[in-house]
Design a protein around this ligand. Structure first.
Ligand code: S3P
Length: 168
């Protein structure tokens, strides 16, 4: 019985699919951004603008490590930037966890995330930022992934079923 961790770019549907998979498996869901907001009582955007990205990333690591350390198997919807840190990537590889990379065509992501309030990185030039981010991060998602599930042309429920088929 291992944790099931969803990683991937902003807008790929980690939280939505995570909720569905957790409900289907009757497991708790840990959603990084929600955990951070619940714990600090502040929004991602507030933390980002007041304390800066490094402080946010430290909270991201803290919540990931804590979620992975839970004994009860869970579903973890990891925030998109979680793979940026070497420490997080090692934690993902070493944990008793099955890591699924939800993969989307960047054009699909561009259409989805324009108005993401908890995504300060996309305030300026969301399309260019996403494209660059995809190029930078794809090898990192690949590095931690045990499986890859494409979300292109699939509803969240179809993606959740694909995740369950490959990994549960
Ligand atoms: C980020 C992704 C966001 C949020 C923050 C930074 C990133 O989470 O943590 O805006 O660097 O990819 P989602 O992946 O849930 O959108």
């Amino acid at each position: 019985m291992t944790h099931l961790v969803l990683v991937g770019m902003m807008g790929v549907g980690k939280s939505t699919v995570g909720r569905m998979v957790a409900a289907e498996l009757d497991r708790p869901l840990f959603d990084s951004d929600e955990m951070i907001e619940g714990r600090t009582g502040r929004t991602v955007r507030e933390i980002w603008s007041t304390d800066g990205e490094a402080a946010f990333r430290a909270l991201e690591t803290e919540t990931l490590v804590e979620a992975l350390a839970e004994v009860e198997p869970s579903v973890i919807a990891a925030a998109g930037g979680v793979v940026l840190s070497e420490r997080n990537r090692v934690a993902l590889r070493e944990a008793d966890a099955h890591v699924v990379w939800l993969l989307a065509d960047v054009d699909v992501l561009v259409g989805r995330v324009r108005n993401g309030m908890h995504r300060p990185l996309l305030d300026d030039d969301p399309e260019g930022t996403l494209r660059q981010m995809y190029d930078d991060r794809a090898p990192l998602y690949q590095e931690v992934a045990d499986a890859i599930v494409s979300v292109d042309n699939r509803t969240p429920s179809e993606v959740a079923k694909a995740v369950l088929r490959c990994c549960a």
